[in-house]
Each structure stands twice: as C-alpha cells, then as structure tokens.
Design a protein around this ligand. Structure first.
Ligand code: HEM
Length: 172
C-alpha cells in the first residue's frame, strides 16, 4: 500500500510508472548505438529490444490509467496540448506494440520502420520535454537535470558522428 492521501498515492503511482517507463525506454532507444560502441554485454539488450519495448508499453499504459484516475478524481489538471501531444504518443506507442512481431514487420514493409522511428522520437520528445520542465520546478530540479540529461545524451549517441568521436577517444 502506498503512503499518503488518495491524491498523493495516485500522484506517486503516476510518477513512478513514468520513471520506470523512461528507464526501459532509454534502454530500448540506445540498445543499437550502445552495442555498436561497446559490443559484448549490449548484444543481449539488442536481442531483447522488442520485449523491452513491449515492457515500456505495458508500464506506460499503467501511467495512463494512473493519470486519468488522478485527473478525474482530484483537482489535478493538464492543458489540452498535453492531451493532444501525449495522447498521440500513446496512439503511436500502442501501434508500435501491436506491430512488434515478424508478421506485422513483413506486412508493413517500409512503413514499419517509419512508424517505429516516428513513435520512438515522439516518445523521446514527450519524455525529454516532461523532465526538461522539471528542471525549473522547485524540488524537482535534480530529477529534471539527470533525466533530461540522459535523454539528450541518448539522442546524441544515436548520431553516428558522436559515436565515432567517442570510439576514437576510447582508442586514443
Ligand atoms: C507519451 C506520453 C507521455 C509521456 C512520455 C509522459 C511522461 C511523463 C513523465 C516523464 C512524467 C514525470 C515523472 C516523474 O516525475 O518522474 C509524467 C508525469 C505526469 N504525467 Fe505523463 N506522460 C505522457 C502522457 C501524459 C498525458 C497525456 C497526461 C494527461 C493529460 C499525463 C499526465 C501526467 C501527470 C498528471 C503527471 C504528474 C504526476 C505528478 O507529478 O503528480 N501524461 N509523465
């Protein structure tokens, strides 16, 4: 049982689920670049990426249940833009989860890659924006800095030029 009032419990559940989803999302998002840079232990992460992605979708669906409950039963609210951009993130995420199998990959062809690339970067944006905003909120500055920093770093290592730079410095 979580401590605190009904609102505090739902707020905590909302935050914890988003946090777990964020960590697993980062793992799936960086699996390939980490494997390319460091090989070895990351080959297993790369192999399991589909299941990590499905894990993200499951945990983040619970985030959805928690925030809808929180907003419906307390004075917490979110502006329309959050519903639109965040809601689109959910639609993309569920579409990605539904197509995370070999049959859908074959059936969708090039569109599979388009959907998964768009969805991944959309989710990256919403996570980065959410944590970026926390940098300027009293009491959540450190959380915001660490998490937004990790998301920016994750995006950077997906750029081949940054990976080459890190690789060269490792060899030197
Ligand atoms: C792809 C969609 C979404 C992502 C990636 C996302 C991500 C996040 C993140 C990173 C946090 C901060 C967690 C923390 O403190 O560690 C958060 C909190 C929250 N999110 Fe979401 N979110 C999404 C969609 C939405 C939508 C559509 C709503 C409601 C309209 C929403 C409502 C909330 C609320 C109310 C909190 C704060 C709870 C609190 O601090 O008490 N989220 N979300």
């Amino acid at each position: 049982m979580l401590p605190g009032s009904h609102k505090e419990q739902l707020s905590l559940a909302t935050r914890l689920t988003a946090r777990w989803a964020a960590v697993w999302f980062l793992l799936a998002f960086t699996a390939r670049p980490l494997f390319e840079m460091f090989g070895g232990p990351f080959s297993e992460v790369l192999r399991q990426r589909r299941y990590i992605g499905l894990g993200v979708a499951s945990i983040h669906t619970i985030h959805g249940v928690a925030f809808v409950w929180l907003i419906a039963s307390t004075d917490v609210s979110r502006p329309a833009i959050v519903w639109i951009v965040g809601g689109t993130g959910y639609l993309l995420m569920w579409a990605m989860a539904a197509t995370s199998n070999d049959r859908a990959m074959r059936a969708l062809g090039k569109n599979w890659k388009r959907l998964h690339t768009l969805g991944m970067w959309w989710l990256w944006f919403v996570f980065t924006y959410s944590y970026g905003g926390r940098i300027f909120r009293t009491g959540t500055e450190t959380l915001g800095l660490v998490m937004a920093g990790l998301f920016v770093l994750a995006a950077l290592i997906r750029i081949p030029a940054t990976r080459r730079l890190i690789g060269r410095n490792r060899i030197a």
